[in-house]
Design a protein around this ligand. Structure first.
Ligand SMILES: C[S@@+](CC[C@H](N)C(=O)[O-])C[C@H]1O[C@@H](n2cnc3c(N)ncnc32)[C@H](O)[C@@H]1O
Length: 230
């Protein structure tokens, strides 16, 4: 059973971190019309959108936080601690909810979080939120199309969150695949909600059973927990 009161507790976090997370949760209660508009744009997005298509949906979603749910954030925090990953990457930072959970764990493990965000406004706000949580030195955000910005990374990635526009989860994964650390953990969010758009990613993983193990977890809108075996 998930989403019990214990699953929603944040009392293991610093008070400044909790303040920021709770403020973002309040800000995230956006109107249905905005979420509907984002969903409609997502429906049009193919697996290889050009920069115009990507900019269109990102502009529509400019005021939408679309953050990870609290149980997902808590799990990310746990995974960052458990893996001890020194480099943590996220595709899709938005206003910084998941980045704050990851950076809070990184503060304990000495890791660095590398976020990615196409919207300069969202990236700047996420950076301010990380600073307000006392976590500025644990995270940096690459501004621009993650399909380009992530190519600068060379260090082994021990934990990867895929939480951008879902048709791009596989393309982004493939960009980072050569630098995934052995035993790397990958979390792919919203996979039940957008089950019709994640099939290519699932087929890619299933075709490589010696390398990847995937378990679907029924948390919030569904997440895939993927481990790189070697
Ligand atoms: C679901 S939201 C991320 C929510 C965030 N992880 C959180 O918990 O607050 C998806 C974000 O991915 C960003 N995004 C989508 N495609 C992108 C790309 N190609 N490069 C960089 N950012 C992208 C969008 O602008 C949007 O803010």
């Amino acid at each position: 059973m998930i989403d019990t009161a214990d699953d929603l507790r944040l009392d293991f976090l610093d008070a400044r971190v909790v303040d920021v997370l709770e403020r973002l949760e309040g800000d995230a209660r956006t109107d249905g019309a905005l979420l509907g508009a984002v969903g409609a744009e997502l429906g049009h997005l193919g697996a290889t959108p050009d920069s115009t298509a990507l900019q269109t949906i990102t502009t529509v979603a400019e005021e939408a936080l679309l953050p990870v749910a609290r149980p997902v954030g808590r799990l990310l925090y746990q995974l960052a601690l458990a893996t001890g990953a020194k480099t943590i990457v996220e595709y899709g930072t938005s206003y910084g909810m998941s980045a704050v959970y990851l950076a809070a764990a990184a503060q304990q493990t000495g890791a660095q979080v590398i976020g990615t965000e196409l919207s300069p406004h969202k990236a700047a706000t996420a950076a301010a939120n990380l600073a307000a949580a006392g976590l500025a030195d644990r995270a940096r955000i690459l501004v621009g199309d993650a399909r380009e910005t992530l190519r600068e990374l060379t260090e082994p990635v021990g934990l990867l969150l895929l939480d951008g526009w879902i048709p791009l989860h596989l393309p982004i994964f493939r960009i980072l695949e050569p630098i995934l650390a052995p035993g790397a953990v990958i979390v792919s969010d919203n996979v039940s909600k957008h089950a019709d758009k994640i099939g290519d990613f699932h087929r890619y993983l299933a075709a490589r059973p010696e390398r990847y193990v995937r378990t679907a977890l029924p948390i919030d809108d569904g997440i895939d927990l993927i481990t790189r075996v070697r």
